[in-house]
Design a protein around this ligand. Sequence first.
Ligand SMILES: [Zn+2]
Length: 246
Amino acid sequence: MEQIKYSSREIKDSRTRHGRQGEEKVKAVLNSLLKEGDALINDLILKKDDGYYHQIDHVLLRSNGLFCIETKNYAGNIYGKYDDSRWVIHNPYTRNVSNILNPLRQNYCHLMAIKELINNSSYYFEGLIVFTRGELNVLAESVIKIKDLFDYISNKKIYPLYTPNDIKLIYDILKKNDLSKTISPEELAKKAKERIKDIKSSMICPRCKAPLVIKAGRRGPFYSCSRYPKCNFSMDLDEDNMHKKR
Ligand SMILES: [Zn+2]
């Protein structure tokens, strides 16, 4: 059964001290990659047509590539594959094992949000996940450590190169749609929480046949009828342990 714990962890990560430090380190490397005509946008917030918000750590626009970059700051040993839904983090000191949503999936959603805005197939955005700490045991080309970031981007070869006009066009569209100045981190976290509250499920309410949604309760996630409060059917996520009210 899918658990939804990662959501709050994902939000927390970028707001912790380590999270911020990691983003600053990546920002410094990206800044050193900027040549005339290139552009960098940090902490971009876009809203998709479906109403979902996307907080994108870095967008780097260079003549040799357009990059959507997600910074991760987890310590420990990180294990995962390209198409695993979750990656595992093992802390060798505390022996604690936790898991996160596959960041490639998260970044894919960011890429879709950008694509929706740019709406031009000749502009190809590449997703990149950069880990600033930890030991990477991940088999995916676009997942790298910060020490490899500079070379990865400067060695990228594409044809034809993007012109300064291409870059300015993309920059202007992204900047025009950037909500980071109008939405506070607190509001964004609240909106993300609202999203966690109601996750669609394939289950059907046995009482009224409406779809069940997964909600975040005080005691963990549970199924609830999407017609609540009209129908108050609810059910534990783990067991088929039905009960009227929690
Ligand atoms: Zn119902």
